[in-house]
Design a protein around this ligand. Structure first.
Ligand SMILES: [Zn+2]
Length: 411
């Protein structure tokens, strides 16, 4: 008799439920705890809460946290009631969410482990199938997303991240203030981002003050078509502009290096990363070597100087002065006789409105960059994902800032 009380206490089983038996299977390292509702317990329909007559009952099993190193299984005869309005329905149990084969405490433990390790690692650790662990993770995300109704965000970032192959992307919308992922879209098409905007309330849409993004046309049109006053809120931030210019500098370097090599000159050999590294992050030796390069009359040095000048044009407070600064830069870039630079300059000219927004609204893409590198870590840890749905689930699980734990009435 004593062990029933002990297990009732360990498991937190309270009236009207009671522990009616404990079976120990020593060789299997398993303990089965039988739980029953008291005969005179009042039964209610779980949907409307009205007292309803019992219909029948079903034996159900849940895996619980191990007790004293034994795998612990809860078994209960769960009554079903007939409600006048809702028909025959299973009554809820206080230790698990409906439809789960695990108690809430067990699911919470798996969720905690999943935050630290991959699905495969947790499945090995818990001696459970990969699918069972994945099921707990998927339910946790679903639960978390359904609880997340009162989102209010003012500064968001829209970005893309590669799924498996280089040209297969998903859209990531993030909250730039708390660094959480708000939405993972299946591709990077206009309709995908639009559908997210459309699911927001009018109040939520109006609260958005800035949207940081790269110059991807689908993101721009989706935002212009969905948010009021988007033309003053879309911000092409410094990071993305730097990326375009960095690519142009690299193109100039490759072309020039090829031409020089053809004539037997090796001036640019092995310098690729010198041009791409922020001089502030260079060692003294690197700085010294790079100084001679960038002070040279090489085309690459000119392209680099144009890029660096653009990087210094982000401090303005007034839009008028910012515009003047950029227009000067544009006229220099266009006359540079460097084709890749001229091409980017054309893109920048077309998108100058959004660059000026970024400067005035002081938008940086820093938070989104942090998210991107965390997504990369998730990918590495799980060694890739079978499909985009799983990929999205993992992103929501780790970066969604969601309340993932199951509801449990047992304390
Ligand atoms: Zn009912």
């Amino acid at each position: 008799m004593r062990d029933k009380d002990l297990y009732a206490q360990i498991l937190g089983i309270k009236s009207p439920w009671q522990v009616t038996g404990v079976e120990l299977a020593l060789s299997e390292g398993e303990v089965t705890v039988h739980v029953e509702q008291k005969r005179n317990a009042r039964l209610c329909c779980p949907t409307c809460g009205k007292a309803s007559p019992g219909y029948d009952s079903r034996i159900r099993r849940w895996r619980h946290l191990d007790t004293c190193q034994y795998r612990t299984i809860l078994v209960a005869d769960v009554p079903r009631v007939t409600c006048k309005e809702h028909g025959v329905v299973t009554t809820p149990v206080p230790w698990a969410e409906s439809g789960s084969g695990f108690t809430a405490l067990f699911e919470a433990l798996v969720i905690d482990w999943l935050k630290e390790a991959s699905t495969s690692a947790v499945s090995r650790l818990m001696g459970m199938s990969w699918n069972a662990i994945d099921g707990i993770m998927q339910r946790a995300v679903k639960r978390g997303l359904s609880r997340r109704e009162t989102l209010s965000m003012t500064r968001i970032g829209v970005d893309e991240t590669a799924f498996k192959k280089r040209h297969d992307y998903v859209t990531i919308v993030s909250d730039q203030e708390d660094g959480t992922v708000l939405f993972v879209g299946n591709d990077r098409k206009k309709a995908t981002l639009k559908s997210w905007y459309e699911n927001l309330t009018e109040k939520q849409r109006e609260a958005i003050k800035s949207i940081s993004m790269d110059m991807w046309p689908a993101f721009i049109t989706a935002t212009l078509e969905s948010l009021p006053g988007a033309d003053t809120k879309i911000a092409f931030d410094k990071f993305h502009v730097a990326k375009y210019l960095g690519e142009a500098v690299d193109k100039v370097r490759r072309q020039e290096h090829k031409a020089l090599m053809a004539e037997g000159y090796v001036d640019l050999k092995g310098s690729k990363y010198d041009w791409l590294t922020n001089p502030e992050n260079m060692t003294r030796q690197q700085k010294y070597r790079f100084k001679t390069l960038r002070d040279s009359t090489l085309k690459t040095a000119r392209a680099w100087a144009i890029k660096e000048l653009a990087m210094s044009l982000w401090h303005y407070v007034s839009k008028t002065w910012a515009r003047k600064g950029w227009e000067q830069w544009l006229s220099w870039a266009v006359r540079s006789r460097l084709k890749p630079i001229k091409e980017v300059a054309r893109t920048i000219k077309e998108h100058l409105w959004g660059i000026l927004n970024a400067i005035i609204l002081k938008v940086s893409n820093g938070p989104a960059e942090g998210i991107n590198s965390r997504i990369k870590m998730i990918k590495v840890r799980s060694r890739g994902f079978r499909n985009k749905e799983r990929f999205a689930n993992a992103i929501y699980f780790h970066l969604g800032g969601l309340d993932l734990y199951p509801e449990s009435l047992m304390q």
